[in-house]
Design a protein around this ligand. Structure first.
Ligand SMILES: [Zn+2]
Length: 477
């Protein structure tokens, strides 16, 4: 194991040691579930490749939020995350933290089908299924449960937590699956979605699974899909007497979200052909414009900016609003002056778009406007922190604005989110004297520093004293 890997390992072991202090058979409480959810999220920020895209995150959170609102008063603070992974998967961590894979978003035919899957996950969390299931088994209590869920991020770490128990993975029992399905149908119907769409999605996968039993998507390892389950959902749908006027179709925002999902999680060869084929077979006019727009979105998110440019320009010339994507493509291609007005317009139109804000900040930075760069990046970070690239841009902009110590704080955050903990330790040390004492960043830096130093101590190796000027800031021009 390399030194860095050992260091990372020790930090994780330290986290587990804290978990193990809790009694193994502690009674399951809402408080424990909430804590588990929060801990999982903070590990997931570092260990899972999450997608931070304003449009895709907003869509998933809005659909999830509609379902949660239908439940009335809630003990949990429900949150929805998207994982950059092309497999069909979704899971709920106790405490209301729901994760959906990009592969599911790119395969659903309508928002209603996605709503069905999210509702099923919300039902598992709402009905405390993971906790209730473990109470019957050996993994009751915080440590056992944490192990099951941490195994989703890091199998080795999860196994370490599970050593004392028999439970290996999360596989919901038949009665909990049935309950989650029934609840999901009710939640989707109540929040105005078409409950039949979920059945259609499951039917497609179930049929594929029968033809090719080795290709079971990860989703159905934890939510086993059986003939009995299908029959139960069909029967329940009959009882709901759902009158279907028309089959839901993919909305414009779902098509864009699918293009983002495929662009970020699939290999180029797998995704680009479909979008190019759609462009060449589209009829002139609206149909072609839409196909061209989606191809442009896909390519920007697949980081093929040169190829994206022609599509984006054609879509923009046809009246589609492509400011956000066109601004990003031009920025990444080094055309800062051309990118700037587009990004300004994108932010003006949607002030909450944290991606456009980050790109705007970066454009300002490249054009040597430190003050505007810091303002835009600060806002972007407030709206959605934990993005390594934004942390780095922010650090550089702060350095340019003469606030280097605060810049070190963001370099530390970036180092942590990318698993470079020895570097994070070094940057937190350099940041601390310059942060406002008692402020949020100061508190965060102090507590992370303490944890990282403990881990470094265990390694019998103190990191070398920091060099005068870290590389990241030195070549920041
Ligand atoms: Zn399930």
């Amino acid at each position: 194991m390399s030194t860095r890997a050992r260091f990372r390992w020790l930090v994780m072991v330290a986290v587990l040691a804290q978990l193990a202090v809790l009694p193994a058979a502690a009674p399951a409480t809402v408080g424990m579930e909430k804590e588990l959810g929060e801990d999982f999220v903070s590990q997931a920020r570092k260990g899972l490749p999450l997608i931070y895209d304003y449009e895709i995150n907003e869509m998933v959170s809005e659909i999830g939020g509609r379902i949660v609102r239908g439940l009335g008063m809630q003990p949990f603070d429900y949150e929805f995350f998207v994982v950059r992974d092309d497999s069909i998967n979704a899971f709920a961590v106790p405490g209301g933290k729901v994760f959906v894979h990009a592969g599911l978003i790119s395969r659903v035919k309508s928002e209603d089908a996605l709503a069905g899957v999210l509702a099923h996950e919300v039902a598992h969390a709402h009905a405390h299924h993971a906790v209730r299931q473990q109470q019957k088994g050996a993994a009751a209590g915080y440590a056992g449960l944490a192990g099951i869920f941490l195994a989703l991020i890091n199998p080795v770490l999860g196994q370490a937590a599970l050593m004392a128990s028999q439970a290996k993975t999360l596989e919901y029992q038949r009665d909990f699956e049935r309950e989650a399905d029934f609840l999901a149908l009710e939640y989707t119907r109540r929040s105005g979605f078409d409950p039949q769409s979920m059945l259609e999605l499951l039917r497609v996968i179930y049929d594929e699974q029968k033809i090719n039993p080795t290709s079971i998507p990860p989703y159905f390892l934890s939510h086993p899909l059986t003939a009995e389950r299908m029959a139960n959902i069909e029967a329940a749908l009959g009882r709901l007497e759902w009158e279907r006027e028309s089959r839901p179709v993919a909305s414009e925002r779902l098509l864009r979200a699918a293009a983002v999902a495929r662009g970020t999680s699939q290999r180029r060869a797998k995704a680009v052909g479909d979008y190019e084929a759609a462009v060449s077979s589209a009829k002139a006019g609206e149909e072609r414009l839409r196909a061209v727009e989606m191809a442009g979105v896909l390519m920007v998110h697949g980081e093929d900016y040169t190829a994206a440019l022609a599509y984006l320009r054609e879509a923009a010339a046809g009246g589609r609003n492509m400011d956000r994507e066109l601004g990003r493509a031009l920025l990444r291609l080094g055309e800062y002056g051309e990118a700037l007005p587009l990004l300004k317009r994108a932010v003006k139109e949607r002030p909450g778009d944290w991606n456009a804000l980050a790109d705007l900040g970066e454009a300002h930075y490249r054009l040597s406007d430190a003050e505007q760069a810091v303002a835009a990046l600060e806002k972007s970070w407030e709206l959605s922190p934990w993005r390594p690239r934004v942390a780095e841009s922010f650090a550089r902009a702060l350095d340019m604005a003469g606030k280097r110590e605060r810049g070190y704080y963001f370099l530390a955050v970036r180092a942590e989110t990318t698993g470079r903990l020895d570097r994070a330790l070094l940057y937190y040390r350099k940041a601390l004297p310059g942060l406002e004492e008692g402020g949020e960043e100061w508190k965060q830096a102090s507590s992370r520093l303490e944890q990282l130093e403990d881990a470094a101590e265990q390694l019998h190796r103190r990191p070398k004293p920091p060099v005068a000027r870290p590389r990241e800031l030195a070549n920041g021009g």
